[in-house]
Design a protein around this ligand. Sequence first.
Ligand SMILES: [Zn+2]
Length: 320
Amino acid sequence: MTAQPLCSVSVDVDTLRFYHDIHGLPAPSADQTDAIYTHAMPRILQLFRQLGIRGTFFLIGEDAHVPAHRAILQQLVEEGHEIANHTQHHPYRLTVLSPEEMEDEIAQAESTLQPFLRAGQRIVGFRSPGYNTHPYLLHILRKRGYRYDSSVFPCAPYYLAKATIMALMQLRGRPSRALLGSPKVLLAPHHPYQPSDDPHTPHKAPVHSDIWQLPIAVVPGLQLPLIGTSLLLYPAPLVQTMLHLALRQSPFLNLELHALDFFDAYNDPGASALLPHQPDLRLSLTRKIQRLKDAFLTIQHTHRFLPIAETLPVAQSNGL
Ligand SMILES: [Zn+2]
């Protein structure tokens, strides 16, 4: 029997200070209430509720210390969404930290986020900031019993664009605090796999209970990124073509959004300095929500939405 194709919608809840970091701008401090939580997150939850989507939210541990963010975290769990680990402080240079610092980033986020989970639940998923991974990071995740990592984004156009922008910023004397990451990512599979010691390479003899690597969606053939930013910025007919190509060929679609995709930069507080640097912020909120809703409705024709952790038994039985 063939299982129904699945789609996991994941949301990286990166707060505004990290976009300031990427663009080399002065950033707000970590203890301030952030409009990503108070303004964007309620919109995501509302849309997911409306369409019956349960998703996966990759959360930064230290954001959970801010009182105004805590009610949203509780609501996420109450509404059946998965909470996953996006590190304690979201260091873009995670993979060049010492082994102890790397593990601290993962362990601290676990203990900060764990109190929000239901009794008996634990965090089983991880995504690295900036899609950068490393054999030692994978080793830590295995050691700590994680069931999946979703840090690999095997998309050549994205990698080249990031390299170009970072080089230009360096030339202009305003270097980005992002990290480009290993070019090995360009050779990684586009489908879920159980990795060897290297997170970009499948294991030759997969072990049933071992960790999975779930690469972020790339359109087969066109090799374009299938992420929130492309759903918002590419022409609508191209987005529909991309979705149809991906849905036809992917029994599991790992669709990554950012909470920023639901942000209204003209009316929500805290993003005015980012407006000249992020074209997606200049779209109207109504248009953005409509674009994302259209994509979800297209996906729903063939694929069932489930949080990432709940797709893993299916991935194992299908040998995806
Ligand atoms: Zn992030």
